[in-house]
Design a protein. Structure first.
Length: 277
């Protein structure tokens, strides 16, 4: 059996990880004098409380080459699908770990994405594995799907993403612009950029997300759509119900952003993520 691996930034829920038999290598979060793995041990709510209490923003670090090598040490072939190499050293470290195994034993795929944008590729790989595909076939199909992922999310505060340095385009928006919520997207080269700027209420923001999905509806692979959020469950439920009315989506999956994604995006971030046909 082919073992499917990802890292914790894929933001797959414990239920999905168990259902699809996914192996997860966690990143690490550092804040003040605390260090912990991104493994559901600290919720987004707890993380944001730490930020409020300490006045410090979290930092994160990728799994080491040794941690990846230990995780990949399985009797069968391994496929690892990781967060964009432009956003983390995870893929680079995984590739170094793969070199310690026989050629072809460990295949590393750069998702050029993040959160459940990468998670979509992970579940696609698991579907193919369960259909009996070989590691080579899975790798080929997932690589073909990489440019088809569409990831965009609205952030409620620019502080986290800007200070974390993951989206330098936000610099032009800093300087006291009130009531502006940037729409961030993953570019084809794996870099985060500003797609749009929404001014006004939170409700207006959600309406804009729904309009954007509707505009691309005919291109969307309606088998699976993710809504991923950082402590914004009510809005996620609203978007899920509205999307279900817009299109015959087979599966709308709501997941919470893990500690690493929450560290960089901040509270009340919410995104809609899907594959094109």
């Amino acid at each position: 059996m082919v073992h499917i691996f990802t890292d914790s930034t894929s933001d797959l829920s414990p239920e999905l990880i168990a259902r699809y038999n996914i192996n997860v290598v966690p990143l690490t979060v550092h804040i003040a004098d605390k260090t912990f793995h991104d493994d559901f041990s600290v919720s987004g709510k707890e993380l944001f409380a730490m930020v409020d209490a300490t006045g410090q923003l979290p930092t994160t670090s990728a799994p080491s080459v040794g941690e990846f090598a230990a995780a990949f040490d399985r009797p069968d072939e391994v496929i690892y699908i990781g967060i964009s190499s432009k956003l983390s050293a995870s893929v680079a470290n995984a590739r170094l770990a793969a070199e310690t195994f026989p050629a072809g034993k460990v295949r590393v795929i750069d998702s050029l994405n993040l959160s459940t944008g990468a998670g979509l590729l992970v579940l696609r790989a698991a579907d193919l594995r369960d259909q009996g595909a070989s590691a080579e076939e899975i790798e080929r199909e997932v690589l073909a799907a990489v440019p088809k992922v569409r990831t965009s999310f609205v952030i409620d505060t620019m502080r986290y993403l800007y200070m974390g340095g993951r989206c330098t385009a936000l610099q032009s928006l800093m300087g006291g612009l009130l009531q502006i919520r940037p729409v961030i997207y993953a570019r084809p080269d794996g870099v985060l950029d500003v797609k749009d700027k929404i001014r006004g209420s939170r409700a207006r923001t959600l309406d804009a997300m729904l309009r954007d999905f509707q505009a691309h509806r005919d291109e969307v692979d309606l088998r699976r759509v993710f809504i991923t959020h950082a402590e914004s469950a009510e809005d996620a439920a609203f978007l899920s119900a509205a999307l279900a009315q817009q299109a015959p989506i087979q599966e709308i999956l709501i997941t919470s952003a893990g500690a690493v994604i929450s560290s960089h995006c901040g509270p009340n971030t919410i995104g809609v993520l899907y594959l094109l046909k």
